[in-house]
Design a protein around this ligand. Structure first.
Ligand code: NAP
Length: 257
């Protein structure tokens, strides 16, 4: 096993489930001290226990990623306990309701933007100064194939994820000369609790998974995590401002002969 993250300090949001849990476990296996954050206390403890069972190192913090106070406090705490931050994964997110634009409640739109986009803005706002103090760092934000497409019923989600790509590019530009890389991943259909819940409320989206993915299957959280961890690692040292699609070919847009 490679140990690209030996003695590195990393932070992961949405670490209590799905892709964030797989990223956290993968990083711990490569030797990182992983600071886990999520609003789901039970999920957080489960992830920390899985890491502990393999003799990995993790801390847990229950927070709401849309809260500036809570996110800032968490990053400050990482600074004071670990002294630096080598990599951060701004990954927590929600889908919001599946409704056409004319029926989409403004309150729900605002909530999805706050959890999926404001959180990435706030995460980077506080992670960048700590990384600068250490002279290097790497950030990976979780976008989605909805940053490239227009899934019906998901206006807030698609807007938030297009926004994540924009933020990623801007912060990559601002920090390329400071040794800090900023990238995004765009997962396609990934078999996590979020997707199970979304399939229930949006059958059109569920049908797409069966019919429209060239690979003819959903991805595993581990397959998405592998791409995110690579982007954050020194193996990707000249990659910045990039959004890496990991979708089994879902967004190729071609056709089979
Ligand atoms: P997941 O299994 O639902 O995990 C997301 C975690 O984030 C959950 O533990 C959730 O807590 C937590 N969370 C939600 N809102 C939060 C908040 N305000 N503050 C702190 N934590 C919060 O979902 P996932 O599929 O792993 O998704 C992770 C990321 O990948 C998201 O950004 C999602 O948009 C993106 N993504 C997923 C897919 C997919 O197919 N799964 C595809 C493209 C992109 P609760 O359990 O309490 O909700």
């Amino acid at each position: 096993m490679s140990s690209l993250f030996a003695n590195k300090v990393v932070a992961v949001t949405g670490a209590g489930s799905g892709i964030g849990r797989a990223i956290s476990l993968g990083l711990a296996r490569q030797g990182a001290t992983v600071h886990l954050a999520d609003r789901n206390a039970e999920g957080l403890t489960e992830t920390a226990d899985l890491i502990g069972a393999e003799d990995g190192k993790a801390t847990i913090t229950e927070l709401d990623v849309s809260s500036e106070n809570e996110l800032a406090g968490w990053i400050e705490q990482i600074g004071s306990t670990s002294g630096r931050l080598d990599a951060a994964f701004n990954n927590a997110g929600i889908t919001g309701p599946a409704k056409r634009i004319e029926d989409y409640p403004l309150e729900e739109f605002r909530r999805v933007i706050a959890v999926n986009l404001q959180s990435v803005f706030l995460g980077m706002k506080y992670q960048i100064p700590l990384m600068k103090r250490g002279g290097a760092g790497s950030i990976v934000n979780t976008a989605s194939v909805a940053a490239l497409t227009g899934p019906g019923g998901m206006s807030a989600y698609a807007a938030s994820k297009h926004g994540v790509q924009g933020l990623t590019r801007v912060v990559a530009m601002e920090n390329a000369a400071h040794g800090i890389r900023v990238n995004a991943i765009a997962p396609g259909w990934t078999e996590t609790p979020m997707v199970a819940a979304n399939s229930k409320q949006n059958p059109g989206f569920a049908a797409l998974a069966q019919n429209a993915i060239p690979a003819k299957r959903g991805g595993t959280p581990e397959e998405i995590a592998a791409a995110a961890i690579w982007l954050a690692s020194d193996a990707a040292s000249y990659v910045t401002g990039h959004m890496l699609t990991v979708d089994g070919g879902m967004t190729i847009g071609g056709f089979e002969l």
